[in-house]
Every structure is written in structure tokens, then in C-alpha cells.
Design a protein around this ligand. Sequence first.
Ligand SMILES: Nc1ncnc2c1ncn2[C@@H]1O[C@H](COP(=O)(O)OP(=O)(O)OP(=O)(O)O)[C@@H](O)[C@H]1O
Length: 266
Amino acid sequence: MAILKVDKLYFSYGERKVLRGIDFTINKSIVIGIIGANGSGKTTLLKNISGYLTPTYGNVFVLGKNIKDFTIKEKAKYIGYVPQDIVYDFEFSCYDIVMMGRIPYLKRFQSEKKEDRDIVRECMEITNTWQFKDKSIKELSGGERQRVYIARALAQKARILLMDEPVSQLDIKYQVEILSLVKDLSLKGILVIVVLHDINLASQFCDEIFIMKEGKIIASGSPRNVLTLNNINSAFSIDVEVFENPITHTPYVIPSLNGKEQLKVV
Ligand SMILES: Nc1ncnc2c1ncn2[C@@H]1O[C@H](COP(=O)(O)OP(=O)(O)OP(=O)(O)O)[C@@H](O)[C@H]1O
């Protein structure tokens, strides 16, 4: 049975049509990177998969069950979501934020058990956020906060992890650490779908890439098959050069200067 099936999905915000017929099926726990220009519908697609938004037309199935038929708690057990940076107005400690990931597993009025505390600690340690456990989430930098949200999603122990630009505010060390962790999670049986703006990080860490343009997936497959001059030009309206990364042997993309090097200030 497919882990995730997105079937003829359309979504509009009022009159504004944003997703225009998305169809795909994923049978394996892999890392899928979604890339595409600003406004192409990447976040809206993740929100429809997570059940946060309801498709205007079409369906999302998780392990054969329509996401519309999941209770909120069930949904949280199957799907973890790491949003783009949110700043809470409340003074939650980072520990409390990560413990929120365990709520789907608690019965009504039940407080957390040792198992929940152990999971929270483990998830904070692997994202290197245990050091912030007593700090207010508001006191952290954007990148530190993102690692706390990743820890919270991991604490949900969900089968599918959706991540919306999880490394956009991280420095290069944490970008590599978090994406290596993501890769490791997929090897442990979690399907990860991650929106990335950095095409080269997507190329290096994702098993498959979906390129979105104007609410459609215009190309999908391995980085080598998808990151072509034509696809990138079509999605981003920019000319690029594609090389092979000498270490990972995956495509490495740089913008083509087309004579603009003459404009360089020296
Ligand atoms: N709540 C909303 N109400 C109305 N329109 C919206 C809303 N959220 C997003 N949109 C519009 O839907 C389109 C797709 O937005 P979305 O955030 O999914 O794109 P994206 O590919 O994730 O963009 P980015 O790379 O800039 O994060 C955009 O044109 C955006 O303006």
C-alpha cells in the first residue's frame, strides 16, 4: 500500500487557483525535495497533505486512508509538520514546545510519562537543542528556533515528516547536520518531504526532487534526471550551468552569467 497518494489535487484560496492538478504516489520511505519559484505553491501543497488545508478538489491518502477521515490526534501520529519560522507570542519553554509533539499520545487529562520525557530528551539531543530546554522559545535565534520545531516534529514519531524550508535560517554546519539527520530518518522508515530553496542541497540530500511551477509538478525523479538546464530554466526563468559535484556525483547548479561578469565591481 502506498505511504502517500495525492490524487488530482486542486486548491484555491478564494478565487486564486494555487494548486492545479497534483498527482503522485510514494511507496518508499525516501527523502523528496520540493523546489520551485516563490509562489509556485510549495507551502500550499504541504498544508494540503498535512490536512491543515482541505483540497478544493481531489484527495490525499495516507496508508490508504483519506486524510479527511483522520481525527486530529491520528493525523498527528502519522504526519509531523515543521512550518516556516513562527514566533510565538507566548513564553513557552523549548522543552514544552517539544513536549507538545507528544500530545497525540496522551490520554485526556493524562500528564506525560517517562517514555514521553525520554523521547523529548532524545529528540532535543539529536537536534542539539537540549541546551535550550529551559529557555523561552522567544529568546532563540531563527535558526535555533527551527531546530526546536524539528525536535517537536520528531517527538511526534510520525510516519511522514513534512518540512517547509527547515534549513533556510541555519548556518552551513546545521544545514548539513539537519539534512543528514533527515536522510537518516528516511533510512529508518520515515517518508520525508522537504521544501528547499537551495537547489544544490536538494540535489545532494534528496532521493527524488519535484519541481513545481504555477501549481503543478513539472518534473519529478532523481536529481540527475530532474535538475536539467531546461527544467530549471522553465521553473525559475534563469539560465544555469549544471556540473557534476565531484564528491557526491550529483548535479551542481550555478547561475549562468551570460556576459554579466562584465558588470562585476572590482
Ligand atoms: N492564506 C492565503 N490567502 C491567499 N493567498 C495565499 C495564501 N497563502 C498563500 N497564498 C498565495 O498562494 C500562492 C502560493 O503560495 P505558497 O506559499 O504555497 O507558495 P510557495 O511556493 O511556498 O512560495 P515561497 O517560495 O515564497 O515560500 C502565492 O501566490 C500566495 O500569494
